[in-house]
Design a protein around this ligand. Structure first.
Ligand code: IPE
Ligand code: IPE
Ligand code: MG
Length: 251
């Protein structure tokens, strides 16, 4: 049986976040320029988006370019921006009926990219089946700092009482406030770290790390990750017995 056939269709994670890592090493291993890995990586993004729709995943949040990635050699950053511009194709989202969204410090991106992103967001905003979110110029520390500043500003303006700030208020100040927290976070490329991705949101996310470089990631690997996720018991601080009793009640 394939991994896909083994999946419990009634327990597909609602929100899957992915740290798409390993493009550079994939290329270097083949004696190619790092950019070649990024080009391949973009093709995989398209396929995985379609696979996610097919599996019924509602939100797919892809770490595409981090705040720290701005520190890469200028040539690589330019190549990545070029690829981004070329590949934001609203036709693909429209064909798959996927809503497109972006999180991150978008104002740092070149103006033509910002314009294209905004157009794509606008033209796909009514699709409600699946949503693909690109994290661009994103990092959690940027996002949390921004949220702190916004809340402080509201308090200073007298619009918010500091005593009223709770977890919900903070969550609503995050750029991800239009979607649930990730159920599953996948990192490809072999590193076991979060690299400043969705730190607030993944407080109770199931983490899955694999060695596969992003350009080699595929439907089978995605299903394997979901299968591992389905074998885990999400306890949210409770005991295993409590969770088992809760699940029995729901059935
Ligand atoms: C991930 O692949 C893509 C981006 C960070 C833009 P990398 O470019 O980090 O690939 P490795 O980690 O060097 O192999
Ligand atoms: C994380 O990958 C960022 C993206 C996948 C966009 P990096 O390759 O930048 O992560 P580090 O620097 O190795 O932690
Ligand atoms: Mg990397």
């Amino acid at each position: 049986m394939t991994y896909q056939e083994q999946l419990d269709k009634s327990r597909i994670p609602q929100h899957v976040a992915i740290i798409m890592d390993g493009n550079g090493r994939w290329a270097e291993q083949r004696g190619k320029q790092r950019t070649e890995g990024h080009i391949r990586g973009v093709e995989v993004v398209r396929k995985i988006m379609e696979n996610a729709v097919e599996l019924g995943i509602r939100y797919l949040t892809l770490y595409t370019f981090s705040t720290e990635n701005w520190n890469r050699p200028e040539q690589e950053v330019t190549a990545l921006m070029g690829l981004l511009f070329k590949n934001i194709e609203e036709d693909v989202f429209i064909k798959n009926q996927v809503r497109f969204r972006v999180i991150g410090d978008i104002e740092r991106l070149p103006a033509p990219i910002q314009a294209k992103l905004n157009e794509c967001i606008e033209h796909t905003k009514d699709f409600d089946r699946s949503c693909m979110v690109l994290a661009l110029s994103y990092s959690s520390r940027w996002e949390i700092t921004r949220a702190a500043r916004m809340l402080a500003q509201k308090a200073a303006n007298g619009e918010l009482n500091p005593d009223d700030i709770d977890e919900k208020t903070v969550s609503e100040s995050m750029t991800t406030n239009f979607m649930p927290d990730p159920d599953l976070l996948i990192r490809t490329g072999g590193e076991i770290r979060l690299s400043n991705y969705l730190l607030w949101q993944s407080a109770y996310t199931e983490l899955y790390f694999c060695d596969t470089y992003w350009p080699d990631f595929n439907m089978e690997e995605l299903c394997k990750a979901i299968l591992v996720y389905q074998q885990r018991q999400r306890r949210f601080g409770k005991t295993g017995a409590q969770v088992a009793a809760q699940n029995l009640k729901q059935e």
